[in-house]
Write a protein that binds this ligand. Structure first.
Ligand code: GLY
Length: 403
């Protein structure tokens, strides 16, 4: 009897979180916090080596974009690609953990190539590009030059704000269009930072107006979101609701749901307005209770993909969702908080092993396999992507910081 009791206690310590309330139709299974913390420490060490491998394959002045394992071919980008901030940002997350000087030097090298994008007014992605990179650099080693770069970037970003629409324009298009995508919520963090630094509320006001307009128009009654809203610039009304990267106009593209969750969680962090917390909780509930969310909680690329369960998974959506859930868990209490942590643990545990975590020297040096960029365009399908790595590292850092 005693032996059985000890066995049960040991089992619940190792698989402790399996006892927590589970989300979705399948049971949550993952190791205890202690085991996960060890695993994540190892993941950071592995990431250091893996990114050294990636750095060796990077042509000067190019940024990693993706890698095609079947043909052993890389795709690189210039600094103006929306993902250019993730490589330096990931290096800096790794450096924070391992203190490897080579990793830091590589981050500083590529930041020099990225800096010119602070003047880029043709993209809404400056938050991704500049805050994930220079924001992290400034966090590690605050410097006036980083502040100037971030502030100039924030100034460039708000040139895309249209007060009639109440949004920052995402994609340039024909004059009768004003296209805003849910992803754009991620760029607002930079604006709150700019207001805090300068005392000028203009930046935060733009961010709040953008978030309020998005809250009104981007979401369906079940709190899933459209990918693209096309606004009429004369009336400010939504004239079209559709997808670009999802399966269908009315489907729930997995990464879009993750961007929305992360976006409203950060809105609550920055403003403490309950409406944003409620929105984030509703989005979390949509994702975590969705009947098509697999047991390991790595979403299919679209919650309504036609060939589920054979549809491709999108590990990048899992990374972003896990990171957002861990922050959200700190704004709620009790079982709700435990439930978010438990779901994130399941995702991060799955990402920490095959088929998602790449072995050293495989996957082109990227950390995470099996991501989906743009299926309708047939680009970046079932490949590594820089943002899957970045938000995976961020999520592990956030997990370590949990009390
Ligand atoms: N922000 C573009 C994407 O998520 O693919």
């Amino acid at each position: 009897m005693k032996k059985i009791t000890y066995f049960m206690i040991a089992l619940s310590l190792v698989w402790g979180s399996a006892m927590l309330p589970s989300w979705g139709q399948a049971k949550t299974v993952h190791p205890s916090r202690e085991v996960l913390l060890k695993l994540f420490k190892q993941n950071f060490k592995d990431a250091e080596k893996q990114y050294q491998f990636l750095a060796k394959h990077l042509p000067a002045t190019k940024f990693p974009k993706t890698y095609f394992p079947n043909t052993d071919k890389y795709e690189f980008s210039n600094s103006d690609w929306w993902c250019s901030g993730f490589y330096p940002g990931s290096l800096l997350y790794i450096y924070e953990q391992t203190k490897d000087p080579q990793t830091y030097t590589e981050a500083l090298r590529i930041l020099k190539d990225l800096e010119k994008e602070k003047y880029n007014t043709t993209t809404h992605d400056l938050g991704f590009m500049m805050f994930c990179s220079f924001g992290n650099a400034n966090f590690i080693d605050p410097k006036p030059e980083y502040k100037e770069i971030l502030l100039t970037s924030a100034k460039s970003l708000i040139t895309r704000f249209n007060p009639t629409v109440g949004c920052i324009k995402s994609w340039d298009s024909k004059p009768s269009d004003f296209l805003v995508i849910i992803d754009n919520m991620m760029n607002l963090e930079l604006l709150f930072w700019a207001t805090r630094q300068t005392g000028d509320s203009t930046y935060a006001k733009v961010a709040i107006t953008h978030a309020n307009t998005t809250l009104k128009n981007h979401f369906r009654p079940d709190f899933s979101s459209y990918h693209v809203i096309n606004y009429n610039t004369s009336t400010g009304l939504a004239q079209q609701k559709r997808t670009a990267q999802g399966f269908a106009n009315e489907s729930a593209w997995a990464r879009g749901q993750a961007w929305g969750l992360y976006g409203y969680t950060l809105m609550y962090r920055e403003t403490k307005k309950p409406i944003y917390l409620e929105q984030a909780k509703h989005i979390a509930s949509f994702i975590l209770n969705h009947p098509n969310l697999p047991a390991d909680k790595i979403p299919f690329w679209d919650f309504n993909a036609p060939n589920i369960p054979e549809a491709l998974r999108d590990a990048s959506a899992a990374s972003v969702t896990a990171s957002a859930l861990l922050e959200l868990s700190t704004y709620v209490k009790g079982n709700q908080s435990k439930g978010y942590i438990s779901a994130a643990e399941t995702m991060l545990y799955a990402l920490s092993k095959p088929p998602y975590k790449a072995a050293y020297g495989k996957n082109g040096g990227f950390l995470i396999k099996h991501c989906v960029g743009h299926i309708p365009q047939n680009t970046e399908v079932d490949v590594p992507l820089t943002y899957a790595d970045y938000y995976f590292l961020e999520a592990m850092k956030r997990y370590q910081a949990l009390k």
